[in-house]
Design a protein around this ligand. Structure first.
Ligand code: J2J
Length: 539
């Protein structure tokens, strides 16, 4: 057992030895990425957040001081800290401060609300909850009150900005000093799974595996000290955090520019002003950028690489990226559980347009299986199973779920239906897991259904994905009513009152007399999705 945080599943000892011997795991903790850059290029701009600019020396010092301050609050190795911050500089200092302490950030998304946050706080046993004061009109201090009152492990609420009765993060301070490095095989971060059935799961990533993830990704994406990476997506997500994202950029001593919002006008302004070279988008945003490039007057000539991932990008959109934005497209098929696939700079154009890339590491082991868990014929579509040097062997504190989410020999069952071309590139064809991929935002079907069932007018419900031009798919709640059918507005209000993230609100409502079932009595989701996807023409 090489992971000391209780509730985690480590790699078998012989496998771990091999990953070290083959150079995947170098023993470098995440905190060292920043430290090394601060030594090499102390005066280089590390971080831009609005009018605030920080050199590597600044961020390094701020992280050390914050680490001491957190230490002073009694936060130490192995403690979980629930981080619920948007793209602000404090996210970066806090992330590295925790890395240096050996404490473990739990990375919630800005869109998450009470339902998700309470679940994450309880599941992780977080000792602290870190929030902005008000973000996009939502007062996080109020939510923090609820969390502190309801989750007994939470001893500290730290606020970026006006803290009211809570502790301002800026007051958490102490002398900058070097500390002993955490063990590189320790858990460094708990990411959220977008890919699982039921409530969100926590993904334990170690220093060794996540450092490899960021450094190797920086290499395939071609980052170097001249990189200006624009973080458009929330940096709490694996893609902009470490694929190569923020951590990959720090690893090469480049500059990270934090975008306060993802809309093209804001982002294009930052691209022009900061001479941005690389950014990462989900497909709906990429489509928006392609359109906006025609009417927003901004100099995008610095852009070299646009990464697109999180959901399938249409080939027609992929082909437009070069001509419209004047940069190279990199498709990314990734998952917070580990495996990353990238198209490469020297791939032929049709591979870049038509595939979701190929695995990052030569040691990534992929299988494509049918319902019987047998390998499908080469080139056929099967469920993608994976294990490798940066793919987890188990979710955090999920012993029972892990038995079905992983094979006995340690492969992660991705739930994605994928085929592999002779070149090794992958094409994502669909999925078998109960998650709706709403333009890269993952909607866990069961979680939403269970909340909908608590509405008095809902007798039975199924949430299904229906095709959508820009999002790829959107959600439709198929409701069998109890008495008068509820309206979509009532259902949304009900879910909002329960504190569910806005992206999980059903986009559509269909009222039905009953739900189609399989012979085993389970809801026939496939048939249901087909039924409600049919555009009804009025005769
Ligand atoms: C189709 N489906 C895709 C793609 C992810 C980089 C990029 C994305 C994520 C991510 C990530 C897809 N085409 N190009 O962590 O580092 C779907 C699959 C996958 C699930 C994982 C990264 N790229 N997907 O999206 O953990 O279904 O990670 O299993 O949020 O998104 O979701 P998530």
């Amino acid at each position: 057992e090489n992971v000391k945080l209780a509730g985690c599943v480590g790699w078998p000892e012989d496998v771990a030895r091999r990953y070290r011997a083959e150079g995947y795991w170098t023993g470098r903790p995440l905190g060292a990425l920043l430290r090394d850059a601060a030594r090499r290029v102390p005066e280089q701009t590390a971080l831009v957040d609005g009018a605030r600019r920080f050199t590597y020396a600044d961020v390094d010092d701020a992280a050390d001081r914050l680490a001491s301050g957190l230490d002073g609050l009694g936060i130490g190795p192995g403690d979980r800290v629930l981080v619920h911050l948007p793209n602000v500089a404090e996210f970066v200092t806090l992330f590295f401060a925790l890395a240096r302490l050996g404490a473990v950030p739990v990375l919630a998304l800005p869109a998450h609300r009470e339902t998700e946050i309470l679940h994450l706080a309880e599941l992780s046993g977080a000792v602290a909850y870190v929030v902005p004061d008000v973000h996009t009109g939502f007062d996080h201090r109020e939510l923090a009150r609820t969390v502190a009152a309801r989750v007994s492990s939470v001893r500290h609420v730290l606020v970026v900005g006006d803290a009211q009765e809570h502790t301002p993060l800026s007051a958490v301070d102490g002398p900058a000093r070097e500390r002993p490095d955490p063990d590189p095989s320790d858990v460094a971060v708990l990411l959220l799974s977008g890919g699982t059935t039921g409530l969100p799961k926590l993904i334990p990533r170690t220093h060794d595996d996540y450092t490899y993830n960021a450094v190797a990704s920086a290499e395939v994406t071609g980052l170097d000290a001249g990189t200006h990476y624009l973080a458009v997506l929330p940096v709490a997500h694996n893609f902009p955090l470490a694929c190569p994202g923020l951590l990959g950029t720090v690893a090469v001593g480049g500059t990270v520019v934090l975008a306060p919002s993802a809309d093209p006008e804001t982002a294009f302004g930052l691209v022009a002003a900061e001479r941005v070279t690389v950014t990462a988008l989900v497909p709906p945003l990429a489509l928006l950028w392609l359109e906006a490039a025609e009417w927003v007057d901004a100099d995008l000539s610095s852009l070299e690489v646009l990464q697109v991932g999180g959901a399938r990008l249409k080939a027609s959109a992929a082909e437009q990226v070069g001509p419209a934005l004047g940069c190279r497209l990199q498709q990314v098929f990734g998952m917070a559980e580990g495996l990353l696939n990238y198209t490469r700079a020297d791939d032929p154009p049709e591979i870049v347009a038509d595939t979701q890339g190929r695995p990052l590491a030569p040691a990534d082991e992929l299988r494509f299986v049918g319902p019987d868990d047998e390998d499908v014929a080469p080139g056929e579509v099967g469920e993608l199973l994976v294990r490798g040097p940066y793919t987890i062997r188990g979710y955090y504190r999920a012993e029972e779920y892990n038995r079905s989410a992983f094979t006995p020999d340690g492969y992660y069952r991705s739930g994605d239906l994928v085929r592999r071309l002779p070149s090794g590139h992958l094409v994502v064809e669909g999925r078998i897991k109960d998650v709706i991929n709403r333009g890269g935002e993952k909607v866990p079907v069961e979680e939403v259904e269970n909340l909908l069932l608590t509405h008095p007018a809902v007798h039975d419900v199924a949430l299904v994905g229906i095709p959508d031009e820009s999002l790829g798919e959107r959600t439709c709640a198929c409701v069998v009513p109890h008495g008068d059918p509820p309206t979509q507005r009532e259902l949304a209000a009900h879910l909002r009152a329960a504190g569910l993230a806005a992206f999980k609100m059903p986009d559509r409502l269909r009222v039905l007399d009953d739900l189609p079932r399989t012979t085993l009595g389970k809801i026939n989701r496939k048939l249901l999705a087909e039924q409600v996807s049919v555009v009804r023409t009025v005769g």
